[in-house]
Design a binder for this molecule. Structure first.
Ligand code: SF4
Ligand code: SF4
Length: 100
C-alpha cells in the first residue's frame, strides 16, 4: 500500500462527498460548501475542513455520521491507485482513522 497524499487532486478524486454515511450530516454539508468555495479560488483547505480523504488525514471531525450505511471507498479511484486493500483499516476511514 502507498500512503495517500492530502492534496487538491486527491480531494477531487475522493468520493466521500457522495457517500451515504455522510449524506444526512449537517456538519459535513457546511464543510463541503466551504471546501468547494476554497477549491474554486484555488486555495488549499485545511485537512479538518475537508469532509473526505480520511484515508490520508484520519477520523472525521464531524460527529453526526451514520456508519450503519455502506462505505464507498472500494469504488474510489484511490482505492486501486494506492492499493488500499493491502492496508488497515479497510474503509470507514472517517470512523477508524487513516490508512496504514
Ligand atoms: S479511499 Fe475513501 S476516504 Fe480515501 S479518498 Fe477515496 S473515498 Fe475518500
Ligand atoms: S471513508 Fe468511507 S464511510 Fe467514510 S465517508 Fe468516505 S466513503 Fe464514506
Amino acid at each position: 500500500m502507498s500512503k495517500v497524499e492530502f492534496n487538491m487532486g486527491n480531494i477531487e478524486k475522493c468520493i466521500c462527498k457522495t457517500c451515504p454515511v455522510q449524506a444526512e450530516s449537517a456538519c459535513v454539508k457546511q464543510k463541503k460548501m466551504k471546501t468547494q468555495e476554497m477549491m474554486e479560488s484555488k486555495m488549499m483547505p485545511d485537512a479538518e475542513m475537508v469532509p473526505g480523504v480520511y484515508c490520508a488525514t484520519g477520523k472525521a471531525s464531524c460527529g453526526d455520521l451514520d456508519v450503519s450505511k455502506m462505505c464507498q471507498c472500494n469504488e474510489c479511484p484511490l482505492w486501486e491507485e494506492c492499493d488500499l486493500i493491502s492496508g488497515q483499516p479497510m474503509g470507514y476511514y472517517c470512523r477508524d482513522g487513516q490508512a496504514e
